[in-house]
Design a protein around this ligand. Structure first.
Ligand code: ADP
Length: 246
């Protein structure tokens, strides 16, 4: 076999009888590309003033927290929370724009992607994880997001229980599932969680922007796949997505 490595999980090698397709579904229209460019520019340009405000708030804290006391400390903490949220939002808007870029399609080892996350998040793998066709960086982003959410939406004080599994389907796709035992998604919200900025009422003030799943949806649809969520029997959520099999 010949080929180059594209990150730890993606490789551009071809196998006998199998070739990477030249065309991919989900082509971005000119208008959409323009919109993405505007989003990318705005989020990028917001970073510089944001970084400067964060640095000034740090200085204020260093200079005055001992003299101005508790109330000052509380106000500074509230400002920092807001800044943190803005930083995250600019990053996620940039991710959203990036998700529309040309896909760098390779053979992706789901196993390698998941292995990177096992150590970080305590994830169980159920069965073999097959290779798929996709953009390794973007698919890593999707898995990372789903697993990160599974951790975040587990009730405080409980150890997250997350299982990743995948199975090949008759239509030439692989269905990947990330199941958790977290707080679950209210029935009426199961389709809406993939909308931009949608956050469910049962989140109990956990930090977030409501952009993560919209980005995942965009990435998966660019791969010609689908994404959804079902209730996990026995409690929690079961997110799933489909991508082309290799
Ligand atoms: P964020 O987590 O930043 O709010 P997301 O787009 O990742 O944004 O998720 C949208 C909403 O979907 C969340 O606010 C939360 O209400 C719900 N959600 C996502 N993942 C889970 C999960 N694993 N368990 C329960 N609720 C979830």
């Amino acid at each position: 076999m010949t080929g180059t490595e594209a990150g730890s999980a993606g490789r551009t090698m071809e196998q006998p009888g199998k070739t990477l397709p030249r065309e991919w579904p989900g082509t971005v229209s000119e208008r959409e590309a323009e919109l993405q460019a505007v989003i990318a520019m705005a989020s990028h340009d917001l970073r510089s003033p944001l970084t400067s405000v964060i640095a000034r708030v740090d200085l204020l804290r260093a200079d005055y927290s001992t003299t101005l006391g508790e109330e000052f400390e509380r106000e500074i903490a509230a400002i920092e929370r807001g800044l943190h949220r803005m930083t995250r939002m600019t990053q996620e808007l940039l991710d959203f724009a990036t998700a529309g870029h040309t896909l760098d399609m390779t053979v992706v080892s789901l196993r390698s992607l998941a292995d990177d996350m096992i150590a970080d998040h305590g994830v169980d793998i159920d069965g073999a994880l097959p290779d798929v066709l996709g953009d390794a960086g973007l698919l890593r982003h999707v898995l990372d997001n789903l697993i990160g959410n599974a951790v975040k939406y587990t009730p405080a004080g409980r150890t997250p229980r997350i299982t990743v599994s995948a199975r090949a389907q008759d239509d030439g796709t692989v269905r990947v599932e990330v199941a958790d035992r977290g707080i679950g998604i209210p029935a009426g919200d199961q389709n809406r969680v993939f909308d931009l900025f949608h956050r469910c009422a049962n989140g109990d003030g956990r930090p977030g922007t409501g952009l993560g799943l919209a980005i995942c949806k965009r990435i998966i649809e660019r791969h010609g796949g689908h994404i959804g969520v079902d209730e996990n029997p026995g409690g929690g959520s079961r997110f799933w997505f489909t991508v082309p099999a290799w």
